[in-house]
Ligand binder design. Sequence first.
Ligand code: SAM
Length: 298
Amino acid sequence: MTVKQLEHASIKNSWFTEVSDSFPGQGLMLKVEEILHVSQSEFQDVLVFRSTEYGNVLVLDGVVQVSERDEFAYQEMICHVAMMSHECPKRVLVIGGGDGGVLREIVKHESVEAAHLCEIDESVIELSKKYLPNMAVGFDNTKVTVHIRDGFEFIREVARSDEKYDVIITDSSDPDGPAEKFFQREYFQLLHTALNDDGIVITQSSENVWLNFKFVKQLRDICKGVFASVEYCAALLPTYTSGQLGLMVCSKKPTNLKIPKRQWTQEEESSLVRYYNKEIHEASFVLPNWAKHFLEGT
Ligand code: SAM
């Protein structure tokens, strides 16, 4: 019996290549050891492969979402920058996040009573349980409730109800596919309504200062039109094109988001987290001069 080898258009001669119209003229390459899964779900093209250096890698619509080796940098930053900007987060919502890594981080905060996650594509959760167990462990916590549906529709319902959140984390894919609405003004207005008065929102900004920085500025301007305080920070990691991913953090009431409201002890930090610490929280907001001038229009 012959076993058919899996194939994917982004993999040639054992090299995966990520290219996108959002960052023309450059790409990211990873060496592939084995293709583990290829499918077209109802919402997106799904690929999982084992790389030679970065462990298993999840790719949606041709764009790397997470790799086992460096995922903690992204998951910790998108979670803890927001969570540490709140005095006592009890109810937390993740939009997207189907690999489970952000949930894994949220429940490290003892104040959390409920962590909800709304993911559109159940196959991402199932595949993460199979191929990314160190992230999918986040689904095992008893405080976690999962909703399988469109995150925009979900947040619209939350905004109409009395069920508010302290922190909302948008851990979505890029704006080209089912996550497009998460980068528009209406979404941020709904988030604002869905938050308690001292609520915090963080969202992956899809780009960074080296890639489509106009997009980052546009997103920041949208957020500034809705929230009292808005800041841009970045997580540094090799498997996102150009080595970093920007995050937009917003607060409903005016506050200095660059300084964490709480912090773990050194012992807690060294046992709970591998990337995030108080110094990284503060430093992640520091921009090079050209980016600062562009973003702030100075
Ligand atoms: N860390 C990643 C990044 O920034 O590249 C994001 C990882 S996470 C796996 C992204 C998730 O968002 C995917 O599982 C995708 O299915 C989900 N997603 C995209 N659009 C969505 C929508 N409209 N509602 C809920 N989840 C959505």
